[in-house]
Design a protein around this ligand. Structure first.
Ligand code: ZN
Ligand code: ZN
Length: 413
């Protein structure tokens, strides 16, 4: 028998006890009747998404949650970002995440987001695409994505992702020269191309009419493109072949969409799902339920928990978790009594006190026919530590799900 499954991934939901909130985590402070019920009736445990004490980036974490050891398969952030933005990458291409930024004449960075420029950035793309790079056999593509962000893809033979960023990641510092991070001509060519692109972006943007107008209005000009996070497509066996399942994903942010696409999931667009705090939770749940008609596995990613965490906003995080619980409730009401498994977890811990990803384990639950009742009562970091599933690693959860769904391959005779 084959069954279906939904994996809900709440970005950065894991947290630490908060001294200002009676030592509770946001998940403990939130009212979560549905997750509590699934946790109580199903199996509960905690998970080192990468390895104990290693803080994961969201891209690395999702690779791991989908069953791919990131130490073997991670090839940098830029590739996932580009695919998530809708670009097609070929093997060998190197992609970068870019910012429209403001620099002084001596290339000191004044604003890494050019005053959070939005639509005006798009108007400058044609000028950027006029840039000619003098590196043999190499072409490029540049796209504006959202707000101040863009993607640069270098096409050609003999390129390498082992090059450093031009983005200094800090205001008040000079734009960096990209340098090869490994021996050989590939990394040298890639760094050279990126340096030419960066310098020429300043030449075409500094007196661009959009910028002259912005300066007149007292806004910072978007006069350079800064790049970071060089990445390529990882070579991996996609989910449909790896597990024999048809899989789909509902995710709003480009990076997570990129990882889902690269591992062979169909992306489902939910127009009202924004990736922000105002996302439409019930529309996401309904889209997930609909997509199960044609898919074996659906991933439902929610970014808002991580957004509230980076803002250090405990109350907002609690509120988002309660919204997620409503979403889980919608799923529960529709699948109870059927043969659908539901897993809920986080891709990493982002404590509101730290405002960044940490390497603490995350809680998870797995509920469905035949799962052993944990009896933990509540779903939170503390009960997860005393749960009945013990401590697992990131790739184990999807394996456990596949096992219950009837898609696991027997090892041996
Ligand atoms: Zn994340
Ligand atoms: Zn984050």
């Amino acid at each position: 028998m084959k069954f279906k499954g939904i994996m809900v991934i709440c970005d950065g939901m894991g947290d630490r006890p908060h001294p200002g909130h009676g030592g509770k985590t946001p998940l403990e402070a939130a009212e979560t009747p549905f997750m509590d019920r699934l946790a109580d009736q199903g199996i509960v445990g905690f998970m080192d998404v990468i390895s104990p004490g290693i803080p994961p980036g969201s891209d690395v974490a999702h690779l791991s949650l989908f069953g791919y050891d990131p130490y073997e398969y991670y090839t940098g952030r830029g590739g996932f970002e580009a695919v998530g933005a809708g670009l097609t990458l070929s093997p060998g291409d190197v992609a970068f995440r870019c910012n429209f930024a403001s620099v002084k004449e001596d290339f000191t960075v004044m604003d890494r987001r050019a005053g959070r420029i939005r639509e005006e950035a798009e108007k400058m793309v044609p000028a950027i695409r006029e840039i000619k790079l003098d590196v043999e056999g190499l072409t490029y593509e540049f796209h504006h994505t959202v707000e101040h962000r863009g993607v640069l893809v270098l096409h050609g033979d003999n390129l390498s992702r082992q090059v450093s960023d031009t983005d200094p990641h800090k205001v008040g510092e000079r734009v960096l020269r990209s340098a090869p991070l490994e021996e050989g001509v590939a990394a040298e060519r890639t760094a050279e191309a990126l340096n030419q692109f960066t310098l020429k972006s300043y030449e075409v943007l500094r007196n661009h009419p959009v910028n002259l107008n912005r300066i007149k209005q007292g806004k910072p000009p978007a006069n350079i493109i800064l790049s970071r996070g060089a990445g390529t497509l990882p070579k991996l066996q996609p989910i449909p072949q790896k597990y024999g399942v048809k899989a789909s994903a509902i995710a709003a942010v480009a990076l997570v969409r990129g990882v889902c696409k690269v591992v062979g999931m169909d992306l489902i667009d939910v127009p009202s799902a924004t990736g922000g705090l105002d996302t439409d939770y019930s529309a996401k749940a309904e889209a997930a339920l609909r997509s199960l008609k044609e898919n074996d596995l659906t991933i439902l990613h929610v970014k808002a928990t991580d957004v509230a965490s980076h803002d250090g906003d405990f109350e907002m995080k609690r509120h988002v978790i309660e919204k997620i619980d409503d979403m889980v409730g919608t799923i529960f009401r529709n699948v109870k009594g059927s043969d659908v498994y539901v897993a809920v977890t986080a891709d990493h811990t982002t404590p509101v006190t730290v405002r960044d990803h940490t390497g603490d384990p995350v809680p998870f639950l797995l509920w469905g026919p035949g799962t052993l009742r944990s009896g933990v009562g509540r779903f939170c970091e503390r009960t997860a530590r005393n749960g009945n599933a013990g401590r697992i690693r990131g790739p184990d959860l999807i394996h456990e799900l596949m096992n219950y769904m009837g898609f696991s391959q027997k090892f041996g005779f």
